[in-house]
Design a binder for this molecule. Structure first.
Ligand code: SF4
Ligand code: SF4
Length: 219
């Protein structure tokens, strides 16, 4: 399937977005995406995780659409499976029918993460999202904005292309790669990275990601 291009959409200053995204990944704040009339994530075959705190959403979603947690989701959570055509069952006329009570997963999703990482959101079932991903345009008011974006892209490319350099399995899907790059990008801010072996870089990435997960690397 071909992917159409669309006019650029302002994604905001890169470093501000990056800090917010890193805080969001640690659960301390959500994202506020200027989606406009895009409903890409509601039509792209995603299964929605329903956590216990999504009780308001759960009360409004017909039980026929709710199943036990899909693989990869936390045990005990519930899942709203996408319809066979990829649409979320709660979407009607391109509008979310439970918008004010939509699950946290919907609140947290920010497709700018793919634009940040320089990768697509996925294949043919993610065409609508990919169109938006390619339209996002970050701003670089300071040198650091550009340096950080370059570093996130370099981290994502390394994680995607040098999987064999890691001593453990690393994410292979687009979202996993992008999140891992956001956690570990600072490895590529260090100019000495170019003199390191792939194995050394891989170790540094794992260490940066662990440090991030412990909350120690956030500033
Ligand atoms: S694909 Fe991106 S812009 Fe579109 S609705 Fe989802 S988060 Fe918003
Ligand atoms: S619950 Fe609403 S916002 Fe979330 S995917 Fe479904 S239609 Fe979209």
């Amino acid at each position: 399937m071909t992917q159409s291009s669309s006019p650029a959409v302002a994604a905001g200053p890169f470093s501000s977005w990056l800090l917010k995204m890193r805080r969001s990944l640690l659960g301390s704040e959500g994202m506020d995406v200027p989606c406009g009339d895009c409903v890409g994530c509601c039509v792209s075959g995603y299964s929605l995780q329903l956590r216990p705190e999504d009780y308001k959403a759960a009360a409004r979603i017909p039980t026929t659409f709710v199943v036990n947690a899909a693989p990869g989701f936390a045990k005990g959570n519930l899942t709203v499976a996408a319809l066979p055509d990829g649409l979320c069952p709660m979407l009607e006329d391109r509008k979310c029918t439970i918008y004010s009570d939509r699950p946290q997963t919907c609140l947290d999703y920010d497709c700018r993460i793919f634009a940040a990482a320089g990768i697509d959101a996925g294949g043919d079932d993610k065409v609508v999202i990919n169109t938006r991903v390619r339209a996002w345009e970050f701003a670089y008011p300071e040198l650091l904005d550009r340096q950080e974006h370059d570093a996130v892209r370099a981290a994502a490319a390394f994680i995607r292309d040098r999987r064999d350099s890691f001593s453990v399995r690393v994410p292979a899907g687009p979202m996993g790669i992008a999140v891992f790059a956001i956690k570990s990008y600072r490895v590529f801010l260090d100019s000495s990275v170019t003199s390191k072996s792939d194995a050394e870089i891989a170790r540094a990435i794992l260490e940066a990601a662990r440090s991030f997960d412990s909350g120690a690397a956030l500033s």
